[in-house]
Design a protein around this ligand. Structure first.
Ligand code: CUA
Length: 317
């Protein structure tokens, strides 16, 4: 992979060439005006230097009008191109395809842990298939980190207490660098790893190796271990809000608001249940703040997401 000095990292994702095109445009516009202005400064400083006998006529009003129009219209057009080009690319990079594979990432001082839905997990390594969109759901166990893969041109902060997400689709099998791009303590510079982009067949084979339990199965055990099931069982709907089919549905709250039951809501409702109390239920759930690791929270949430809606309990999960 290493071919000596190179100005840019590999272009290994669908957005990489497009990010580079925009970057090249911005750099060219800045370069053009920087060079043009410096040449004009030097030229005019010599031409009109002190003591040189030279005509200094007043410009015609007509010339002034054209000059003013030019310095309004040209920069406006250029900055509007920058704005719309940048905005379109930004929204595409923020819109996660519905068919993306979801991997979970936990950052902590000073390592990356990555969990695959089939049960494999890895540290400071990320294996992904080529040609499939991959979504990363990320959270930090301690301070702010930032997940950065230069070859994919993607970077996203990884926050304590809050899920963030990003996605990419790798286009070239190979090995790429992974960095933490937010200063996070003494070992920040070593918080790096490798991304392996694999052919689908190799990836499927890799997923088989040393798989432990799925996050969902681990979450099911935690659900019992932390005695969640004593209140949240199927016949308990007077005492606790139903969990079946809750994911991505709207929940009415006691204070009149309603929220989308996404990953962030489920996590908050475990660590701090009083923050958003479901309408019609007494606020009796204890807070689990500090009792569960981020890994355990991810597992519990996967388990809750896997519960089939009521009436379809015997269907496939
Ligand atoms: Cu984690 Cu820098």
């Amino acid at each position: 992979m290493d071919e000596g000095f190179r100005l840019f990292p590999d272009q290994a994702s669908t957005v990489a060439p497009r990010v580079d095109a925009l970057y090249t445009f911005l750099l060219s516009v800045s370069g053009f005006f920087t060079v043009g202005i410096f040449i004009a400064i030097v030229y005019l400083a010599i031409k009109y230097r002190h003591g040189r006998p030279k005509d200094r006529p007043r410009p015609e009003p007509q010339q002034l009008w054209m000059l003013e129009a030019a310095w309004i219209v040209i920069p406006l057009a250029l900055t509007m191109v920058m704005f719309f080009w940048g905005a379109i690319l930004y929204f595409e990079m923020r819109t996660i395809p519905a068919d993306a594979i979801e991997l979970q990432v936990v950052g902590k001082q000073w390592m990356w842990k990555i969990y695959h839905p089939q049960g494999r997990s890895e540290i400071n390594e990320l294996h992904v298939p080529v040609g499939r969109p991959v979504r990363l759901k990320m959270i930090s166990e301690d301070v702010i980190h930032s997940f950065y893969v230069p070859a994919f041109r993607v970077k996203m902060d990884v926050m304590p207490g809050r899920y963030t997400a990003m996605w990419f689709e790798a286009t070239k099998p190979g090995e790429y660098d992974l960095y933490c791009a937010e200063y996070c303590g003494t070992e920040h510079a070593n918080m790096s790893g490798r991304v392996f982009v694999m052919n689908p067949a190799d990836y499927a084979e890799w997923l088989q190796g040393s798989a432990t339990e799925t996050p969902q199965a681990a979450g099911s055990k935690l659900f019992t271990q932390f005695r969640c099931h004593t209140c949240h069982h199927d016949d308990s709907e007077l005492r606790s809000p139903p969990l079946r089919g809750i994911f991505n549905h709207r929940v009415a709250l006691a204070d009149g608001r309603s929220v989308q039951a996404d990953d962030g809501y489920l996590r908050e409702s475990i660590v701090n249940p009083m923050a958003k109390v479901t309408a019609g239920f007494p606020p009796v759930m204890p807070a689990y703040e500090g009792q569960l690791t981020e890994e355990q929270l991810l597992q519990l949430i996967e388990y809750i997401k896997s519960l089939p809606p009521r009436g379809r309990e015997n269907g496939p999960t």
